[in-house]
Design a protein around this ligand. Structure first.
Ligand SMILES: Cc1cc2nc3c(=O)[nH]c(=O)nc-3n(C[C@H](O)[C@H](O)[C@H](O)COP(=O)(O)OP(=O)(O)OC[C@H]3O[C@@H](n4cnc5c(N)ncnc54)[C@H](O)[C@@H]3O)c2cc1C
Length: 400
C-alpha cells in the first residue's frame, strides 16, 4: 500500500539521512520494533535509555518514509475530540486524565527535541482554534470552561480580539499554549540516528512477514533473516487495513500542501498554528523559512490517489482557503500530497499489550495528534515492558 502520493515537502528539507541496511542474517534482541516512523523512533529513543535493553527496529521501507514524512508537524495537547465531548463519552475523570497525558507527552517532546544533537525545527507555539460558524460558539464556550476548570492553558477570544490580530473574522476562538511545531521527517531521522549511537540496530527494506510465539518470546521472519525477540512492538502506522478494521478504526485520506516562501508573514499574528471546529477541519501553520503548511479536505477513502492532477487540484483548493484567510499574502503552491490517515472511533490511540498474545505491544497513534500519541505510547510501553504496568494503559486498550 502506498501511504502517500504526490510531492512531499519534508524529505527535501533534510539531507543528513542515514541509510539503513537490509537484514541479511539471523539476530536476537530484547525488543523488536516493527516500523521505523515517528512511533517506532520514539519507542526506540525511550527504550534506548534503558541500558539493559537491546533494541532492534525493522521497517519494510526506508525508516521514516511512511506517514511520518506526510505529517504536517502541528503538535498540540488538544485532541480532535474536544475535552468536554470526551467528558461526555468517557466520564470527566478519564477524559481529563487523557488530556493531562497528552500535555505531559507534549512536555516530553519538548525535552527530547531540545536534547538532540541536530535541530528538528521544533518551535514552541500557541494554537488558535476558531469557531467555524456562529453555531459552534457554544461548543467553544463549553470547551473553554472544561479546559479552565482543569487548569489547561487556554484563553477565550471574542470576535473583536480575533479581527484585531488577524485579517479574518471569526465569531470566537480559543488560544492554547504549550503546543509546538516540528519538521516531522527531520525529527524522525535525527531520533533514529541518535538511537543507533545508543546501540539500537536499524534495518530498512526488511518487512516482518511471519512471527511465531516461542517459550522465550518470538521468532520473527523477514525475507533474508530471522530475529529472536523477547518482546515485539508494532509501530506499523496506518499500513495494515486488516488490523485497523479489527480495532474498529477508520482509514481515510487527507491532503496537505506547502507554499513557496513568503516575503513576510506579518499579518499572521505571532505565527500561531490555526485550526477550526468544522469537521473535516482546515489547519495551517508556518515554517522557519516563511512557508505556509496547510491541510484538510479529508475523504472517506483509504488509498491516496495516484492521479497527480487530482492532488494538484485539491492542493489549489487548500491554497484558496489560505487566501480566504490571508488575502494579502498571495501564497503560491509549492508541494501538494495526499496520504492515508487513521482515526479510531473514540478519538483515542491504541497503545498497550495485546490482550491474548502477551509480549506483543502496539503503539498506534491513530488520530490527528499521531505524534503526541506516539510519544505517549512510547512511555507507556516502556513502563509495561520494564515495570509490567502503567496506570493509563486501560484507556487505550485494543479491546475497548
Ligand atoms: C496528511 C497528514 C497530516 C498529519 N499531520 C499531523 C500533525 O500535524 N500532527 C500530528 O501529530 N500527526 C499528524 N499526522 C499523523 C501522523 O503522521 C501519524 O500519526 C504518524 O506519523 C504515524 O507515525 P507511525 O510511526 O505510526 O507511522 P509511519 O510513519 O507510517 O511508520 C510506520 C512504519 O511501519 C512500517 N511497517 C508497516 N508494516 C510493516 C511490516 N510488516 N514490517 C516492517 N515494517 C512495517 C512502514 O513501512 C512505516 O515506515 C498526519 C498524518 C497525515 C497523513
Amino acid at each position: 500500500m502506498n501511504l502517500h502520493n504526490g510531492r512531499l515537502y519534508w524529505p527535501e528539507t533534510y539531507t543528513g539521512i542515514a541509510q539503513y541496511p537490509e537484514l541479511e542474517e539471523n539476530i536476537s534482541c530484547d525488543v523488536l520494533i516493527v516500523g521505523g516512523g515517528m512511533a517506532g523512533a520514539l519507542c526506540a529513543h525511550v527504550l534506548s535509555q534503558e541500558k539493559e535493553l537491546d533494541v532492534v527496529i525493522i521497517d519494510r521501507r526506508q525508516p521514516g518514509s511512511g506517514s511520518s514524512s506526510a505529517n504536517t508537524g502541528l503538535l498540540q495537547f488538544s485532541s480532535d475530540k474536544m475535552l468536554h465531548e470526551l467528558m461526555e463519552q468517557k466520564g470527566e475523570q478519564d477524559a481529563v486524565y487523557f488530556y493531562q497525558l497528552c500535555q505531559n507527552a507534549m512536555k516530553d517532546l519538548h525535552k527530547i527535541a531540545s536534547e538532540l544533537a541536530e535541530d528538528p525545527e521544533f518551535r514552541s507555539q500557541n494554537s488558535l482554534y476558531f469557531a467555524s460558524s456562529n453555531e459552534d460558539v457554544s461548543k467553544l464556550v463549553l470547551e473553554y470552561e472544561a479546559l479552565r476548570k482543569h487548569e489547561f492553558p487556554v484563553e477565550y477570544l471574542e470576535a473583536s480580539d480575533i479581527s484585531s490580530r488577524f485579517p479574518f473574522s471569526k465569531p470566537a476562538a480559543l488560544v492554547t499554549s504549550g503546543d509546538a511545531e516540528v519538521n516531522p521527517y527531520k525529527f524522525v531521522q535525527i531520533l533514529l540516528k541518535e538511537a543507533t549511537t545508543s546501540g539500537v540496530r536499524i534495518y530498512g527494506q526488511t518487512p516482518l512477514i511471519h512471527k511465531n510465539k516461542t517459550v522465550h518470546g518470538f521468532t520473527c521472519e523477514s525475507e533474508k533473516g530471522t530475529i529472536e525477540a523477547r518482546y515485539i512492538i508494532f509501530a506499523t502506522g496506518y499500513e495494515n487495513d486488516f488490523l485497523a478494521a479489527q480495532l474498529g478504526a477508520d482509514l481515510n485520506r487527507s491532503y496537505a500542501i506547502v507554499t513557496e516562501p513568503l516575503p513576510s508573514l506579518k499579518t499572521w499574528y505571532n505565527e500561531w498554528m490555526i485550526w477550526e471546529t468544522k469537521r473535516p477541519y482546515l489547519y495551517m501553520r508556518t515554517t522557519e523559512d516563511g512557508r505556509i503548511v496547510a491541510g484538510g479536505l479529508d475523504e472517506d477513502k483509504a488509498k491516496a490517489p495516484l492521479n497527480e492532477g487530482l492532488i494538484e487540484e485539491r492542493g489549489e483548493r487548500i491554497l484558496q482557503k489560505i487566501i480566504e484567510h490571508f488575502p494579502a499574502l498571495s501564497p503560491k503552491l509549492s508541494h501538494a500530497w495526499c496520504a492515508t490517515f487513521g482515526e479510531s472511533h473514540d478519538g483515542l490511540p491504541y497503545i498497550g499489550e495485546h490482550p491474548i498474545r502477551l509480549g506483543e505491544y502496539y503503539c498506534l497513534g491513530f488520530g490527528g495528534n499521531g505524534t503526541v500519541y506516539s510519544m505517549l505510547g512510547a512511555t507507556i510501553i516502556k513502563d509495561l515492558i520494564t515495570k509490567n504496568s502503567h496506570p493509563a494503559s486501560r484507556l487505550f486498550s485494543m479491546e475497548r
